[in-house]
Design a protein around this ligand. Structure first.
Ligand code: UD1
Length: 337
C-alpha cells in the first residue's frame, strides 16, 4: 500500500514511517516542518534503506494537498499533523481550533475528491479527561479539559459524522496513551522545542545535563507512591499500532476507535528510576506542587486493539529508557545539531 503520513516528519510520524517501510509499504510524507526537521526523514531513509517522498506542505493548504494526491497514488492516510502543546492551546485556543480542525477538514475534503476514504487518525487518551475507572475502555465517558483535547474529541466526532453520512469511508482513530522512547538505532527520537512539557523528554535532558533537576509535580496523589501514574508505551510499539490499523482498514467499515497503551501504570518515580537504570547514574529531582489540570491515574485497557487489530505492546519502560538515552546521548542537539 502507498500510505500518506501527514505530520510524517515528527516524533510519531518518523517511527511510523520506519515500520511501514520495513513492512513493504510505500510512504509519502507531508509536513509543514513548523515543529520538525527534514533531517528526520533522511534518518528514516538511512534506517530502512528506502526512499520517502516528501512534500513541505501544510495540511490546511487545500491546493497543495490536492497536488499531493494528484502526484501520488495514495491508498490510505495516517493523519498525525497538528499542534499538541496543552498549555499553549489554553493560551491560544483559536489558533489551535483553526489549525487542527482546518487540517482535518481540508484533508478529508481532499481525500474525498480523490476517492481515497481509508483514514487512520491520531487521537489521544486526553479524550477521557479524568477517568472514572481504570483501566480505561473505549466506551468510557468522554470529556476534555483544554482546547488541545477538544480538537482531538471534535476530530473524532467529525469522523463519526462523515462515516455515517458516507459508508464508503473506513476510519480508525487511535487513542494514544503516553508515547516514550526512540528507535533502537538511536537515529530518530523525540526532539522537543524549548523546555519539554512531558515527563520523559524532561528526564532525558536532566540526564544529558541540559536541565538541572526534574520537578516532580506532586507526591500527594492517591497512588502507591503518591506520584502520577500513566501508561507509557514505546514509540516503536505505537508505530506498529498504526501499521496494524492500516492493515485492518479494509475489514473495518465505518469509524472505530482503539486505545493504544500497554495496560500497565507507571508512576513518575518509577519512570525516573527506570531512566536512572538506563543511564547508570542518579538523577536529581525535587517534589513541587501539582501541575494544574493533571490527573492522578490513567492507563489503558488495550483488549480491543489486541482482539480486532492483533496489536499488543511488546516493549517495556526500561526498553524505552534505554532507547531514549541512546538517542539523547547520540544527538544532544536533536536533529538541528
Ligand atoms: C500530557 C498532556 C496530554 C497529552 C500528553 C501527550 C497535560 C495536562 N496533559 O499528558 O493532554 O495528550 O501529554 O503526551 O499536559 N510530570 C512531572 N514533571 C514534569 C513533567 C511531567 O512530574 O516535568 C508528571 C505529570 O504530573 C504526570 C506525568 O509526569 O503525572 C506525565 O506527564 P506528561 O508526560 O506531561 O503526560 P500527561 O500529563 O499524561
Amino acid at each position: 500500500m502507498n500510505v500518506l503520513l501527514t505530520g510524517g516528519a515528527g516524533y510519531i510520524g518518523t517511527h511510523t514511517a520506519v515500520e511501514l517501510l520495513q513492512a513493504g509499504h510505500g510512504v509519502v510524507v507531508v509536513d509543514s516542518l513548523v515543529n520538525s526537521h527534514e533531517e528526520a526523514l533522511r534518518r528514516v531513509e538511512r534506517i530502512t534503506g528506502r526512499e520517502v517522498a516528501f512534500h513541505r506542505v501544510d495540511c490546511t493548504d487545500a491546493e497543495a494537498m490536492r497536488g499531493v494526491f494528484e502526484r501520488h497514488d495514495i491508498d490510505a492516510v495516517i493523519h498525525l499533523a497538528g499542534f499538541k502543546a496543552v498549555g499553549e492551546s489554553v493560551e491560544q485556543p483559536l489558533r489551535y481550533y483553526r489549525n487542527n480542525l482546518d487540517a482535518l477538514l481540508t484533508l478529508c475534503e481532499t481525500m474525498d475528491a480523490a476517492g481515497v476514504r481509508d483514514l487512520v487518525l491520531s487521537s489521544s487518551a486526553t479524550v477521557y479527561g479524568d477517568p472514572r475507572r481504570v483501566p480505561i475502555v473505549e466506551d468510557a465517558e468522554l470529556s476534555t479539559t483544554n482546547p488541545y483535547g477538544n480538537t482531538k474529541l471534535f476530530a473524532e466526532r467529525i469522523l463519526d459524522d462523515l462515516a455515517t453520512a458516507d459508508p464508503s469511508w473506513r476510519i480508525i482513530s487511535l487513542r494514544y496513551f503516553n508515547p516514550i522512547g526512540a528507535h533502537p538505532s538511536g537515529l530518530i527520537g523525540e526532539d522537543p522545542q524549548g523546555v519539554p512539557n512531558n515527563l520523559f523528554p524532561y528526564i532525558a535532558q536532566v540526564a544529558a545535563g541540559r536541565r538541572e533537576r526534574l520537578s516532580v509535580y506532586g507526591d500527594d496523589y492517591d497512588t502507591p507512591d503518591g506520584t502520577g501514574v500513566r501508561d507509557y508505551l514505546h514509540v516503536v510499539d505505537l508505530a506498529n499500532g498504526h501499521l496494524a490499523a492500516v492493515d485492518h482498514l479494509a475489514d473495518t467499515p465505518g469509524h472505530r476507535v482503539y486505545n493504544l497503551g500497554t495496560g500497565q501504570g507507571t508512576s513518575v518515580m518509577e519512570g525516573l528510576h527506570a531512566f536512572e537504570r538506563a543511564t547508570g547514574s542518579a538523577l536529581p529531582y525535587t517534589v513541587t506542587g501539582r501541575r494544574p489540570g493533571d490527573i492522578a491515574v490513567c492507563y489503558a485497557d488495550p483488549t480491543a486493539a489486541s482482539r480486532d487489530l492483533g496489536w499488543k505492546a511488546e516493549l517495556t519502560v526500561d526498553d524505552a529508557c534505554r532507547d531514549a538515552w541512546r538517542w539523547q546521548s547520540g544527538n544532544p542537539g536533536g536533529f538541528a545539531g
